[in-house]
Design a protein around this ligand. Structure first.
Ligand code: 5AD
Ligand code: FES
Length: 349
């Protein structure tokens, strides 16, 4: 079957075999790409129209107990200038965001146990009390199921936890010995059972990644049926063991975005900051390949540059309002529009 027929088949059946994914991923021509993105846009518009949802990202701590080899805030990076936002600072970020039209706040941080369950619950319930019309998303890594239950009871709605790679040998080459893909998957399943809208995801072009790994990730995502999928290119960070590794490629990331949109039509799919970092128009191209979410930064400008998972991260000097104005322009240049809405998943998963 030629690639166009495979793309049609993926759109109709919402899945392909391993061999079919492989053919698509390794032999896509420019014409095939355009056909893939056109189909991805049509499907995205069936479910979400022209709306692009914004999530205000509050990077509230860069302390981390983990040692992911790719990540700039890994525990072993002694050069990382660590910070924590106070509860008041977090609420101020949310206030700014609300005024700018954000109806989802993403609390993202390293695995910082100084933020105890009690502290997390206080922050979540404060946010929920002040902004009952907003969704609260957590992106704080692995914790006990009982902790996840407490945050959910306090008002958290969503949780982002990328699985990074479903292939155990690959996962272990990206992480320290104490980190296991089984634990990650257990967390994802717990989160879903508890009732969160859950996001998993991977980096594209991470060290040692092969096409077969990517296919396994596609099959895992199809089976797990997350509400959201975060996928951006890997970008090296100078203070990590992967400093000399090449960054993931724009085309590979766009192919995966298009394929995922056809495989899981309802999924919330961000055009990531990492994509906008490797290519200036990366996020626009992401939206045109099937993505429908952007996640501008709401963190205070004083700490932005300290939350560097990878080198060259964009927007670290801009006030939230500037980022929103810039993003609005970028979104509109693609023919889409920035939506003031919670932006929930279009289907119950
Ligand atoms: N390049 C790109 N993405 C990265 N992340 C962490 N480090 C990097 C990097 N060097 C991603 C991981 C993590 C998310 C919060 O950021 O996939 O889950
Ligand atoms: Fe903790 Fe990266 S080192 S998430």
């Amino acid at each position: 079957m030629n690639n166009r027929d495979l793309i049609k088949k993926l759109r109709d059946n919402r899945e392909l075999s391993r061999d079919e994914y492989k053919q698509l991923l390794i032999s896509m021509t420019k014409e095939d790409e355009e056909f893939l993105y056109k189909n991805a846009r049509e499907v995205r518009e069936e479910y979400y129209g022209k709306d692009v949802y914004v999530r205000g990202l509050i990077e509230f701590t860069n302390y981390c107990r983990r040692d992911c080899l790719y990540c700039g805030i890994r525990a072993s990076n002694k050069e990382c200038d660590r910070y924590r936002l106070s509860r008041e600072q977090i609420l101020e970020c949310a206030e700014t965001g609300y005024e700018l039209g954000f109806r989802t706040f993403v609390m993202q941080g390293g695995e910082d146990m100084k933020f105890s369950d009690e502290e997390m619950c206080m922050i979540i319930s404060d946010l929920k009390e002040r902004y009952p019309d907003c969704a609260i998303t957590l992106s704080i890594g692995e914790r006990e199921r009982t902790s996840y239950e407490k945050y959910f009871a306090a008002g958290a709605d969503r949780f982002l936890l990328r699985h990074e790679s479903i292939t155990p040998e690959h996962y272990s080459r990206l992480h320290s010995e104490s980190q296991k893909i089984e634990t990650r998957v257990r967390c994802l399943k717990d989160l879903k059972e508890i009732g969160y809208q859950v996001g998993c995801g991977i980096m594209i072009g991470s060290p040692f990644q092969t096409v077969d790994h990517l296919i396994s990730d596609l099959l895992f995502m199809k089976e797990f049926k997350p509400h959201m999928i975060g996928m951006g290119p890997f970008i090296p960070h100078a203070q990590t063991p992967f400093r000399d590794r090449p960054a993931g490629k724009l085309e590979d990331t766009l192919h995966m975005l298009g394929i995922v949109r056809l495989m899981l039509p309802y999924v919330l799919l961000p055009a990531t900051t990492a994509l906008g970092t490797i290519v200036p128009t990366g996020r626009e191209l992401g939206l045109l390949a099937g993505a429908n979410v952007v996640m501008p930064n709401l963190s205070p400008t004083g700490v932005r540059a300290k939350y560097t998972l990878y080198d060259g991260k964009i927007c670290t000097g801009d006030e939230a309002a500037e980022c929103v104005a810039c993003l609005k322009r970028r979104i509109e240049s693609t023919g889409y529009r920035l939506a003031v809405a919670r932006g929930d998943c279009a289907e119950r998963c």
